[in-house]
Design a protein around this ligand. Sequence first.
Ligand code: FE2
Length: 323
Amino acid sequence: MAGERILVVDDLELNRLLLRDLLEAEGYRVREAVDGNEAILAVAHDPPDLILLDAVMPDRDGFSVTAALKSDPATRLVPIVMVTALTTLEDKLHAVALGVDDFLTKPINAAELRTRVRSLLALKHFTDELEHASQVLESLAIAVEHRDGYTGGHCKRVGRYARRVGEELGLDPATLDVLRLGGVFHDIGKITVPDEILRKEGALDVHERGIMARHVDAGAAICSPMKTLRKVIPLIRHHHERLDGSGYPEGLSGGAIPLAVRIVSVVDIFDALSTRRPYREPLTPEDALATLRTEAAQGWWDAELVEVFARILARDGIDRNDG
Ligand SMILES: [Fe+2]
């Protein structure tokens, strides 16, 4: 696809010119950066579709640039091709571990350059589409939250709180992502619950409770076509389970409820209690925690997780961000 933007990073002008000529001949739009720091600034300012990155540069080398870009959620999906005369397996493995997507060996072979660039850009196009699809779903989750009477930010706060509990427990980065997404999407299935039930003041009757309870399966069904959300589905489906088996939809108990699910349940309840709703004032954080502790003692929630979360709140304070 012509017109895609490629950033060429090399400290030697001759190398930049050579790559520019070859890429512009293919219809790509080329920008240049003369060192690692300029590259990082250029990407932050306007992320390209692909980066051709020299490995060896003075000051900040290609490895350091890769580490910075791949650890930033805003830029980690931009493919990086490392252009290098380095050939040791050790160097290559180091670069791959940092997140480099592909390599080109100097001297550059024009046909190889064209092929690699084309295939990585096709992949980038695909990940952009996926990003777009998950953003649409996220907007849907937020729309549902407004119908549910939240003034804003509940789902994202649940995601941030869940992630922070995961960090406190030392969970791996992939699980932290799952926790955040679980928070964002946990109630998306409420889109299938009619307004008169969703917004009813006072207790629901048996029939209404049954309809409300379906939101967990509906949410799982909405998100299941997205392969990237595969590990998030159990959090959506089981966030109303209780440790004593009195929850739904499966009545799972104890260790049968995965840790990530137990985390989302605790922070969801806390945020629901401490947020203003159409039919009641918010509880103070202390009162919300007291309620959680009481419910944990009666066997609903994981008491250890409640205390982990209480520690985080005591240290960092309540999350007041409503976006
Ligand atoms: Fe829910």
